[in-house]
Design a protein around this ligand. Structure first.
Ligand code: DAK
Length: 259
């Protein structure tokens, strides 16, 4: 039985973490399957957008699997963290933007997974938290690094130091999520957003993602130079020529070719 399900519809892939009995807690098997899926996505030029979600009614992901972590020694904890961080970086660096469609418990490694995605949509029942300090550890899959970059340093410190849980409304207020939906509308909202992104020039979207991700980590002069490089590379694509040509000829533009 696979723990990560993979489906495609047109140019959109949906990756579903499916271990509902343990509230989709991330074990080694799930990390490995996530890694395989994102390798496959990176090689498949027909995938323009990815949605990650959790199976079942109760959770997106209720954290890293505590039973697998409990007896780690220093060396094993290093390996465990390195592997998870490598998998999450492959999600963050995926050419195709990744949307997290979040319901229910989104704790620890589950929130860290959502933070590695480009955009977060949550349903009203979602609960967020990094409870690691209440378990005698700290976030180990990028939580101490991505959360402050997304919601600001002191808000992230408050969430991490207190292990507090926040609801979806509060998550929207502080910019932890980007959209809030009713539970029944979650996947449709995610799919609509994915379709809207998938209808743009795929190479432009991928370059924009890379420019943002690389630029945000550096000083503004280097960042603008990074943007200029990606901007210039757009003029080597057929899609840019075709769509601008169609615009100037007042023709209806049909579809981007991803070339
Ligand atoms: N790990 C393993 N099993 C889990 C789990 C988890 N994180 N969360 C839930 N489960 C399992 C429960 O053990 C239970 O299994 P059975 O007893 O039925 O066999 C089943 O899922 C249903 O859970 P509950 O019976 O507890 O369900 P409730 O509705 O009563 O409560 C809950 C739901 C989400 C409030 C509760 O399950 C809960 O508090 N779960 C733990 C949440 C949590 O603390 N998650 C954060 C884990 S820490 C690192 C790398 C990564 C990380 C850290 C370090 N290194 C580099 C070393 C990441 C750390 C974390 O994510």
């Amino acid at each position: 039985m696979q723990s990560v399900l993979y489906q495609t519809k047109e140019n959109i892939a949906t990756v579903t973490i499916s271990r509902p009995k343990a509230l989709n807690a991330l074990n080694a098997e799930i990390l490995s399957e996530l890694s395989d899926n994102f390798k496959k996505i990176q090689q498949d030029k027909n995938i323009y957008v990815v949605i990650i979600t959790g199976a079942g009614e109760k959770s997106f992901v209720a954290g890293a699997d505590i039973s697998e972590m409990k007896d780690l020694n220093l060396k094993q904890a290093h390996e465990f963290g390195n592997y998870g961080n490598t998998v999450f970086r492959s999600i963050e660096n995926s050419r195709a933007p990744v949307i997290a469609a979040i319901n229910g418990y989104t704790l620890g490694g589950g929130l860290e997974l959502a933070l590695a995605c480009d955009i977060r949509i949550a349903s009203e029942d979602a609960t967020f938290g990094l409870p690691e300090v209440s378990l005698g550890i700290i976030p180990g899959y990028g939580g101490t690094q991505r959360l402050p970059r997304i919601i600001g340093i002191s808000r992230a410190k408050k969430m991490i130091y207190t292990a507090e849980r926040i609801n979806a409304k509060r998550a929207l207020e502080i910019g932890l999520i980007d959209m809030l939906t009713q539970k029944s509308d979650l996947m449709e909202t995610a799919m609509n957003l994915a379709s809207q992104i998938a209808s743009q020039a795929p190479i432009s979207v991928a370059y924009a993602k890379d420019a943002i991700n690389k630029g945000i980590q550096t000083d503004i002069d280097t960042a603008c130079a990074i943007e200029t490089d990606f901007f210039a590379k757009c003029f080597e694509t057929q899609d840019q020529k075709n769509v601008m040509d169609a615009f100037l000829k007042k023709e209806k533009f049909v579809k981007f070719k991803n070339k």
